[in-house]
Design a protein around this ligand. Structure first.
Ligand SMILES: [Zn+2]
Length: 533
């Protein structure tokens, strides 16, 4: 045991972990520890095991060098894009290509380690550096995510509220990232006229001025389900953690509460990431059936990690074995076909789940929540909702610039909706609503709302929103129907009540920005000007 260089191995393990903890903190809005832990664990095990093996065979000093060099190589691999960016921006005058600069940095690091690995001050400094690089983002992440309140685990009482006049099935389709019809037409040249006329004909009211309560899923969907804004301008701001919003999405919401009180059961369809089917703490866990299929998020995470390294370019040039390329491109997670089960769910799968609840529980009313990623990047499906492999595909949740994919995603979504309408009862309530629009232009990189051009704000904040209610209630649906009023309107209709609607705002909250800004009047004014010009 005395032969093992513990300090150096710890430094190597920290260097190996550092890129992943930085990635975790940087993408904390949608990536959790559970999504990525396997990558650092495998990498650290490989590095440490090699270091231990070399120490055992060749002695302590060889083990020290090997461990540190391997840790440094992993660290540098994920530094590849940053080195390239620095060369492009700050050191462009040197005319050294980014790839070459990276190789030089890599070799310089290896040489430094080789020369100084025996010096104890160097080792101590290296350990301090690597622990900081690995630990600091984790501590920050912990502050943001893990200091959450612990919640109660109560369940809903059995039917207690006054019974509604009618209790039809309710389908709530969250069309993640689908643009409003006018946005799709003016920004993306996608014409939904025929589709909207069809919805009209089926008894839908399409709210053509709808705005989302907030521009991000984890805020806007809870606003709908809890019938309340989740982030406010001014001192109240936005939630510090996802704890409460995740609980709402998993079923601890005012909407679920009211439905459970009326004897509804729940069918939730979602992909393998996200909180909708995380029912452990949810009061509906005994009432719910979950359909979890596909995992475009994990696919996107792997491709994003690969993109940070030189392997991405090598794979693109076909310089790696086919199996490795396929893994780096996350083919195993992106989609499946008849041969490989487990691709994302489609309407047919949802209907199957509904049927199975009916078989088990008889004629109970059912609330279906389907979180559909079809119109959201990465665009995995073609216009017919079959696995797509179009040119320009990027397996990232940020790939809004994949316009071929976007168009196909809209097509697929449209067909899925029509199939649903055709397959279910005429009496069923259907809410078709996006949680936000596409992420266009400068949006993703911007730190504050002031940096975002108004056209991009409008693209993101406007949502597709349509609802089919019983005929007597259709004139109660306004052209801004969405957000916190979504289910107040539905329940007013079913219960025959007159609950007052909330004022319809769009409260902007964005990834890196702590500020919450009311953009409603800016958007409304912009719409007026757009129509005029
Ligand atoms: Zn979303």
């Amino acid at each position: 045991m005395r032969r093992l260089p513990f300090g150096a191995l710890l430094a190597a393990a920290s260097l190996t972990t550092a890129p992943f903890s930085a990635f975790l903190y940087g993408t904390r809005e949608y990536v959790g520890v559970g999504d990525i832990w396997r990558y650092p664990v495998v990498a650290v095990c490989a590095v440490v095991a090699t270091g231990v093996g070399v120490s055992a065979i060749l002695g302590r000093s060889a083990g020290t060098r090997t461990g540190l060099v391997l840790g440094w190589v992993v660290f540098a691999l994920f530094w590849y894009r940053d080195v390239g960016a620095v060369m492009d921006r700050q050191l462009a005058f040197t005319a050294i290509p980014g790839e070459l600069a990276w190789v030089l940095v890599l070799i310089a690091g290896i040489m430094v380690i080789h020369l100084f690995a025996g010096v104890s001050t160097f080792l101590r400094a290296g350990l301090l550096f690597s622990l900081t690089m690995a630990g600091l983002p984790l501590i920050q992440y912990g502050f943001v995510s893990l200091t959450a309140e612990t919640g109660s685990t109560e369940r809903f009482d059995a039917v207690s509220a006054e019974a509604w006049q009618s209790r039809p099935d309710i389908y709530y389709l969250i069309l993640d990232g689908l643009g409003r019809a006018d946005v799709l037409e003016e920004i993306y040249e996608i014409d939904l006229t025929e589709f909207i006329d069809g919805l009209d004909h089926e008894g839908f009211v399409v709210a053509d001025r709808a705005l989302s309560a907030h521009p991000m899923t984890w805020l806007s969907v809870p606003a709908v389900l809890d019938q309340e804004y989740q982030a406010y301008p001014g001192s109240r701001g936005r939630p510090a953690t996802h704890f409460r919003t995740n609980r709402i999405m998993s079923g601890d919401s005012r909407t679920h509460d009211e439905l459970a009180g009326q004897g509804y059961r729940f069918v939730t369809a979602t992909e393998g990431s996200g909180p909708f089917c995380d029912l452990e703490l949810s009061p509906i866990r005994d009432l719910a059936k979950c359909l979890v299929q596909g995992n475009s998020m994990n696919a996107a995470i792997r491709v994003q990690l690969a993109w940070m390294t030189p392997f991405y370019g090598l794979a693109n040039r076909g310089l790696l074995p086919a199996g490795v390329i396929g893994w780096l491109e996350a083919e195993d997670l992106r989609w499946t076909d008849e041969k490989r089960k487990g691709g994302t769910f489609l309407v047919g799968d949802v209907l199957e789940a509904v049927k199975s609840v009916r078989r088990e529980h008889g004629q109970v009313p059912i609330f279906v929540l389907a979180h559909m990623m079809h119109p959201h990047p990465p665009y995995l499906l073609d216009s017919e909702c079959r696995p797509s492999s179009h040119a320009g595909f990027r397996a990232s949740v940020d790939a809004w610039d994949d316009l071929v994919g976007l168009r196909m995603g809209v097509d697929c979504t449209r067909k899925q909706i029509l199939q649903l309408i055709d397959s279910i009862s005429q009496d069923a309530i259907i809410v078709l609503q996006s949680d936000h629009g596409p992420g266009r232009g400068e949006l993703l990189g911007s730190d504050s709302v002031a940096e975002i051009p108004i056209e991009d704000l409008w693209t993101r904040s406007s949502v597709f929103s349509a609802v089919r209610l019983p005929e007597k209630c259709r004139d109660q649906v306004s052209d801004t129907y969405a957000g916190v009023n979504t289910f107040i309107v539905v329940f007013n209709c079913l219960a025959g009540t007159q609950r007052r609607l909330e004022p319809q705002y769009s409260y902007w909250a964005w990834y890196a920005d702590r500020n919450v800004v009311d953009v409603t009047s800016r958007l409304r004014q912009y719409e007026v000007e757009r129509v005029r010009s």
